[in-house]
Write a protein that binds this ligand. Structure first.
Ligand code: NAG
Ligand code: NAG
Ligand code: NAG
Length: 395
């Protein structure tokens, strides 16, 4: 266990990321503090998500904060290679669970790192795909509130964005009022100890310094049911309002529909062994995600004639067209008039597609994650680290 040190009283200024004076003055009086208080006053009412309403009044009990770092899984020098949305969400969920456990307000990074590998604009316009190798979307990072509805998240886990308008204002306000106490720095300290040890539990801010490479490493005990406080679908149901609105419009147009998620590009990475033989971590994936195999596989689940929404990172124009003799095919590209005006990066697009997939009558994933999942491919999803020769024949 790391021995924490505490910074008391006026010393706090050194530890907190204080903004320039001007910004502070402007921010201290803004409505953001008020709006945070408003958010906190919601008694959790996410009945539709199946959460237990918690009776604690957060205005009284949660005026304390939890800080994990300035970016999810993305320490400055590794920013070019940040993980995809799914990984970053696992990490974010891990941090949110800890805030829930400690009954603290989570200081959320204000930006999400975008992985350029997953960020080609071709998806929206398949006829453009082949020529548009350079992408065209903003790379680097995007504002967290362009992805998530921060207020909606805050009804379950109060969060404040790590930016001058919100977080800095709170810091300056509490400094002025002499409220709150101090900062406890913690690294490698268990969740339970953060809760039980007054050294931490009394601190205004716990500065947690989570594993910078992957925050989700802090949630290794997730296999223990008791440590799971937020379901996997928590963040996927929290997209920003304009993304949810777009998905709702698309769902209305689609009517009754089924969906498949076909992950190809990023997962198909093969490499040659020392004898020059191709090897893959998912030996059946390339085969099973081709239209003729998809058709055979899903026939027992999705009846002929149904509308089939296909979400995929496959860039070859018309790749899935062979399925059209059996299904009425729909892609995000069919909805470019809804999506073009609002989608700025691939994470936003995937979040909309994920809502569409969630709304499907029958949904078939690329690979199984949970026991009841339907999947296109039987290869294990988790990295097996076993490189095998890809299989293209029926076996
Ligand atoms: C948290 O700790 C890290 C490393 O010790 C430091 O760089 C950072 O400024 C601290 N942040 C806050 C909000 O105290
Ligand atoms: C898709 O790309 C083609 C070819 O570049 C272009 O002619 C068409 O206008 C684009 N459609 C949309 C909806 O952007
Ligand atoms: C979607 O677009 C494809 C062509 O890209 C077309 O074949 C298909 O009929 C469209 N689907 C719908 C539901 O409009």
């Amino acid at each position: 266990m790391a021995i924490p040190y505490r910074i008391t009283g006026g010393g706090r200024q050194r530890a907190l990321p204080l903004p320039p004076k001007g910004a502070l003055l402007a921010a201290a009086t803004t409505a953001s503090v008020l709006s945070i208080l408003c958010v906190l006053s919601f008694t959790d009412s996410l009945a539709y998500l199946g959460f237990q309403a918690r009776s604690v009044d957060k205005r009284e009990s949660s005026r304390r904060y939890l800080y994990w770092g300035g970016a999810v899984d993305c320490p400055g020098k590794h920013c070019g290679s940040c993980a995809g949305l799914g990984h970053q969400e696992s990490s974010l969920r891990c941090a949110l669970e800890e805030a829930l456990f400690l009954d603290r307000i989570f200081v959320m990074p204000s930006r999400m790192c975008l992985n350029s590998v997953h960020n080609a604009k071709g998806i929206l316009n398949q006829s453009n795909a082949a020529s548009d190798k350079s992408g065209g979307w903003e790379t680097g990072s995007c504002a967290m509130e362009s992805l998530y509805d921060i207020d909606l998240i805050s009804r379950t886990v109060p969060v404040v964005l790590d930016n001058p308008q919100s977080w800095y204002a709170i810091v300056s306000r509490s400094t002025k009022l002499g409220e709150g106490g101090d900062v406890a720095h913690a690294q490698g300290v268990s969740r339970q100890e953060l809760k039980d040890n007054p050294l931490y539990s009394n601190a205004f801010l716990i500065n947690r310094t989570a594993s910078p490479l992957a925050w989700f490493m802090e949630c290794k005990d997730r296999t223990k049911r008791s440590s799971v406080m937020l379901p996997y679908n928590f963040l996927p149901t929290m997209p920003a309002r304009k993304l949810r609105d777009a998905a709702n419009k698309m769902k209305e147009i689609l009517g009754d529909y089924d969906a498949i998620h076909v992950r190809r590009g990023d997962l198909l990475k093969n490499r040659k062994d020392r004898f020059g033989v191709e090897r893959s971590l998912h030996p059946h994936l390339d085969r099973d995600t081709r239209p003729e195999y998809i058709k055979k596989r899903i026939a027992k689940w999705i009846p002929r004639g149904h509308t089939l929404f296909i979400a995929s990172n496959e860039r070859t124009p018309g790749f899935f067209s062979p399925l059209s003799d059996r299904y009425k095919l729909a892609y995000s590209s069919n909805f470019s008039s809804i999506l073009e005006p609002i989608i700025e990066n691939n994470y936003q697009l995937f979040m909309v597609e994920r809502l569409i997939m969630q709304g499907a009558k029958t949904f078939v994933k690329t690979m199984k994650e949970f026991d009841n999942d339907l999947s296109l491919c039987d290869d294990p999803k988790k990295n097996t680290k076993v490189w095998q020769e890809p299989v293209y024949t029926d076996d």
